[in-house]
Design a protein around this ligand. Structure first.
Ligand code: CA
Length: 510
C-alpha cells in the first residue's frame, strides 16, 4: 500500500494549528539539512515518527502537540531539532477535583440507518457474532484438565457440529490462594462471572471446578442451575473426569449446533477499542480512524467501549466535558482516582507508561500517548462509565475502566461483553482473543507491509495523504460488520493467535 514517490518528499505532520512540534512521516527518518516545502530545515537527523521543533524553545517553554501541552522543554531547543524524550519534562497530571463536568456535551450525531449484521440471537435478547462453546473454571487447578479435554472435544466431537465455531477453555490464574473477601476481590469474581455468560457463548453455561477452592463454582452461575457445574474432586479418576467434561460439552454442542445466523441491527453490537505498542503515528492515523468508525457505530445505535485508565488519565480534562451528565462525569473521576490510589499503593506512578517501544516510536511521555489514545473515542458524548468487568446498561460511547495492559484490558472488555475488538498498533503485536475477533489497525504503512499477514487495516495511508481519516474509518466500520457476520476473518483468527485470559486482580493473594 505504501506509495514510494510520495514518501520520498520530506513530510511532517502537524496535528493542530497551535502545535509547535510536528512528527516526521518518512520511513527512515530524515537527514540533517533536509528542507521542507515551508522552508523548515532539519539541524540533525530525526527518526520516523519522532518530533521536530517548529520554533526556537526557551528552557521551560510549553511543548504543544494536539493543541495541548505535552511537557516543557528541558533546555533551549533550536527550530529544526529532534525533540527526543530526554528533552521533554513531564507536566503535572490534571487535578481531578477541579475538572469541568458535562459542560461541553457533544450534540447527538445524526442516526445512521440501514446497517445490519448476521449474528446469533441469544435467549436473553443479546446477539452473538460467534457460536462458541466456552468452558469456564472456578480455579486454575483445573486448567490442565480443561486443556486436555478441549483437545479431545475438538478432535472427537466438534467435527459433528459444523455450526459451532470453536471450543474454548476460559482458563485463568484465580480461584485459590486469593483473599476472596477482600473488597477488591469483587473485580476478578465479577470478571469470571460475566465471562461465563459472554454473548459469543450462546447462553450455554458450563463451569468446571476442583472442589476445595475458595471461589465456589456456584458464584459464577448466572442462575441456580447446579447442573451447569462439574466438580472434578467428586469424579472417580482422570478418565471419568474427562468423560464427564465431554458429556457436558456434547449436550451443549448439540444445542449450539441448532443455531443459525439471523439478521441483527447494528444496535445489538458491542465493540471494544484498544491500542497496544503505540507510536507517534497512532494518534494521527489509526486512532482517529477508529474514532471515526466509533462515531459511525454510535450513530447506528451500537455500544462502543474504550478503556485503559493510565492512557486516558492525562487527557481526562478533555473527556469529563463530554460526559452526558455530571453523574457520568463524576464516575469518570471516580475511576481515575481509584487508579491513582492503586498505583500509589504499588509506589509507581504514571511515568511507568509508556514502554521503551512506545518511546522508540516517538512518544515522549504518557501525556503525548494519552492525547493520541483518546482519539479512538471519536466525538460523541460519553453515556456511561463501567468499573472493570461490568456489563453496560446503555448504548452509545462508554468508558470501561481497565488497566492498559493488552491482555488485561482485553479480558476485562470481554467480561463487559464486547463481541469484537478493534486494536491499533504502531510497533506491531500478534495479540488476539479466543472469545472475540480482534481487528488490527496499523498506524503506519511500513508495519502494514512488513506484517501484511497480521495487520487487517492499514491506517498509515492517512499520514502519506493516500487516504483520509474518514475513508479508513469507513473501511474499519465495514470490516467490523463483515467480521461480525462471519463473512471475513481477522488474521489473528485465521492463524489461531489467541492470548490467555488475564484477569485484573487488585486484591491480595494469600
Ligand atoms: Ca493496551
Amino acid at each position: 500500500m505504501s506509495n514510494v514517490t510520495q514518501t520520498e518528499i520530506p513530510l511532517y505532520i502537524k496535528v493542530h494549528a497551535a502545535d509547535n512540534v510536528a512528527i516526521i512521516v518518512n520511513e527512515s527518518g530524515l537527514a540533517a539539512g533536509t528542507v521542507f516545502a515551508d522552508g523548515l530545515v532539519l539541524s540533525e537527523h530525526v527518526p520516523q515518527g519522532h518530533k521536530v521543533s517548529l520554533i526556537d524553545f526557551a528552557p521551560g517553554q510549553d511543548i504543544i502537540r494536539y493543541g495541548e501541552v505535552i511537557g516543557q522543554a528541558r533546555q533551549s531547543i533550536q527550530r529544526g531539532s529532534w525533540i527526543d524524550e530526554s528533552l521533554v519534562d513531564l507536566p503535572q497530571a490534571p487535578e481531578l477535583d477541579e475538572l469541568p463536568l458535562a459542560n461541553n456535551v457533544p450534540a447527538t450525531l445524526p442516526p445512521l440507518t440501514g446497517y445490519t449484521f448476521e449474528g446469533y440471537r441469544n435467549a436473553d435478547g443479546t446477539a452473538g457474532i460467534k457460536n462458541i462453546l466456552g468452558i469456564s473454571s472456578s480455579v486454575q487447578c483445573v486448567a490442565s484438565v480443561l486443556d486436555y479435554a478441549v483437545k479431545r472435544i475438538k478432535a472427537e466431537l466438534l467435527p459433528r457440529f459444523p455450526n459451532v465455531d470453536d471450543v474454548v477453555a476460559l482458563n485463568h490464574s484465580y480461584g485459590c490462594g486469593v483473599a476472596i473477601n477482600a473488597p477488591e476481590a469483587v473485580v476478578p469474581i465479577r470478571t469470571l462471572k460475566n465471562l461465563a455468560t459472554h454473548p459469543n457463548l450462546g447462553g450455554e453455561v458450563m463451569i468446571v471446578g476442583l472442589g476445595c477452592e475458595k471461589l465456589l463454582p456456584e458464584r459464577l452461575l448466572p442462575d441456580d442451575k447446579r447442573e451447569n457445574i462439574l466438580v472434578i474432586q467428586e469424579q472417580p479418576g482422570f478418565q471419568k473426569i474427562i468423560a464427564a467434561v465431554m458429556n457436558m460439552a456434547e449436550e451443549r454442542l448439540e444445542r449450539l449446533n441448532q443455531r443459525q445466523r439471523v439478521t441483527c441491527p447494528v444496535a445489538d453490537l458491542v465493540v471494544g477499542l484498544q491500542c497496544g505498542g503505540s507510536d507517534a503515528f497512532s494518534g494521527v492515523t489509526a486512532n482517529p480512524a477508529v474514532g471515526y468508525a466509533a462515531d459511525l457505530l454510535v450513530r447506528a445505535g451500537a455500544t462502543v467501549l474504550f478503556s485503559e485508565v493510565t492512557e486516558v488519565r492525562d487527557a481526562i480534562h478533555l473527556l469529563t466535558p463530554r460526559a452526558k451528565n455530571e453523574e457520568v462525569g463524576r464516575a469518570l473521576v471516580r475511576e481515575m482516582k481509584w487508579y491513582d490510589h492503586y498505583l500509589d499503593l504499588g509506589e509507581v506512578d504514571r511515568s511507568a507508561n509508556p514502554t521503551p517501544g512506545n518511546k522508540k516510536g516517538g512518544l515522549a511521555n504518557i501525556v503525548e500517548k494519552a492525547l493520541g489514545s483518546i482519539a479512538k473515542s471519536g466525538s460523541s458524548a460519553i453515556v456511561e462509565v463501567l468499573r472493570p468487568g461490568e456489563k453496560p446498561t446503555q448504548k452509545g460511547l462508554i468508558f470501561a475502566a481497565t488497566p492498559a495492559s493488552d491482555f488485561v484490558c482485553g479480558t476485562e472488555q470481554l467480561a463487559s461483553g464486547i463481541h469484537l475488538q478493534v486494536f491499533t498498533t504502531g510497533r506491531g503485536t500478534p495479540y488476539g482473543l479466543a472469545m472475540a475477533p480482534v481487528i488490527k489497525v496499523a498506524s503506519h504503512s511500513e508495519l502494514a507491509a512488513q506484517w501484511s499477514d497480521l495487520i487487517d487495516v492499514n491506517a498509515g495511508t492517512i499520514a502519506t495523504g493516500e487516504a483520509t481519516i474518514e475513508s479508513v474509518g469507513q473501511e474499519i466500520f465495514q470490516l467490523i460488520l463483515d467480521v461480525a457476520s462471519g463473512r471475513r476473518q481477522t488474521w489473528a483468527d485465521q492463524w489461531g493467535l489467541h492470548n490467555d485470559l488475564c484477569l485484573f486482580n487488585p486484591a491480595p493473594i494469600t
